[in-house]
Every structure is written in structure tokens, then in C-alpha cells.
Design a protein around this ligand. Sequence first.
Ligand code: ATP
Ligand code: MG
Length: 247
Amino acid sequence: MIIFEDVSLYYGEKIILDGLSFEARFYEKIAILGKSGAGKTTILKLILGLSRPDRGRILIDGVDITTLKESQLREFRMKFSIVFQEGALFDSLNVRENVAFCLREYTNLTEDEIQKRVVELLKRVGVEEAVDLMPEQLSGGMQRRVAIARSLAACEPLMFLYDEPTTGLDPITADSICTLMNELSSGQPPDRKGLIVVTHKVTDAVKVAERFLYLSNGRLSFDGDLEQLKNTEDQELRHFIYDILQG
Ligand SMILES: Nc1ncnc2c1ncn2[C@@H]1O[C@H](COP(=O)(O)OP(=O)(O)OP(=O)(O)O)[C@@H](O)[C@H]1O
Ligand SMILES: [Mg+2]
């Protein structure tokens, strides 16, 4: 379970998160919505211990990770699979090497086992034919799939974290990424592996998430399910979700 307790974070004088509190179970499927610059990516970085808050506690399975050393954080990072939007792949490595990288880094598998696992992972995300291609030879959708395969390589996560996984993709390709995300998080709570997706694409968020958080002025001004989201009276949020209020 993830618990944010009164978390505040500043960049210089600027307050980004202002006493943010929420709880999430690993099997939940959550979308964090918010305008550009609201602090969505910052929340994912805090969960992974890549960034530290100025105030408040972040508990992962009861342990406050804000006080841990880098070497102790590793165990907690292993619980998550993260797909960052930017810098998703290493440009100078082909697809095989991109996926193998984490296996070499984080596991003791033999070279044969690594090669087998790479092909398995690429099959799982539906891009095994791209194994010998370079990132620049892939379409945007294929790059996201390879990035997901790579995030699966190091560990079997308890929860998936996705940062803008469908931004910049056409609607059909974006839809296929949503389908893949749902496949990876299939099953019923409490056994399934949940997800937190950070996005400003509300139409994609509703395809994968069951709970919606809206981040505004460093706090969550909304936390509820789809029905509650559609009925919100918060004018800023209504404006933000305009695309799903039609029809
Ligand atoms: N390393 C940093 N140094 C200074 N300011 C930063 C840093 N990282 C983020 N910020 C600022 O913190 C705010 C929140 O950034 P964050 O990346 O979390 O926003 P976001 O909600 O993910 O936005 P977007 O939708 O554009 O990705 C922004 O105003 C950003 O400029
Ligand atoms: Mg962001």
C-alpha cells in the first residue's frame, strides 16, 4: 500500500505539492489527472524515491521511504514497473539490448536466459518482430511497447506506473496501449497488479482507471470513481474532462 501523508514539495520558492495526502492499494487502477505542471510526474518520482518531499511522509508497505538511503530504496523500487514518457529507450541500443539492459543490471541470469526472457517480454507486449531494430526505426506506439517490455524486465512488479503512456500517439495506437495496460493489470482485486497512470488524456484515462484523482494547486481537489467524476461540480475539473462529458 502507498500512503502520502501531508506531503509538501517546493522547487525553490515555488510550492508544487501542498500538504498532499492520499492512500492507494497496489491492486487499484488509478489515474492522476491534472494540468501541465500540476505535479503529476513529481508524484511518481516521489513514489519511487527519485525525489524527496520537503515535508510529510510517504509510506510504502508501512515503511517511510523519505528517510531511506539510496541503497535501501532499491527494494521498494522493485515493487513498481515504471514507464517514463521521455527518454523511454536508449537510442544507441537496439530493441533486444534495450530490454536486456535491465536484466543484465538487476538479475543474475545467464546470457541464454536473458535472450529467452527478452523474446518472451517482447511477445507479451506484441512487438517480437522488432527485436533487432533500433529505436529510431520504431513507430511511437512500438516504442511505448518496448518501453513497457523493458519496465517488466527487471522485476515482476506489484504495480505499474505510467507517465503519459499515450500522449503523442494516434487514437487507434493509443487505444492499443490502453488494451495492453489492461491486460497487464487483469484479474480481480486484491490479486491483480494495479496501475497508476498520470495523464492529461482523459479519454484514455477512463479506459484503464477505476479511480480518478485531480491534482490542482498542489492538492487533490477530486478523488472518486467515473460516475462521481462525470457528476463533479468543480468547474475547472469539468472543463478538464470536457471530452468525456459529451455524448
Ligand atoms: N527538477 C526541477 N527543478 C525545478 N522545477 C521543477 C523540477 N521538476 C519539476 N519542476 C516544476 O515542478 C512543477 C511540476 O512538474 P511536474 O513535472 O510534476 O508536472 P506535470 O504535472 O507532470 O506536468 P506535465 O503534464 O507537463 O508533464 C512544474 O512547474 C515544473 O516546472
Ligand atoms: Mg509530467
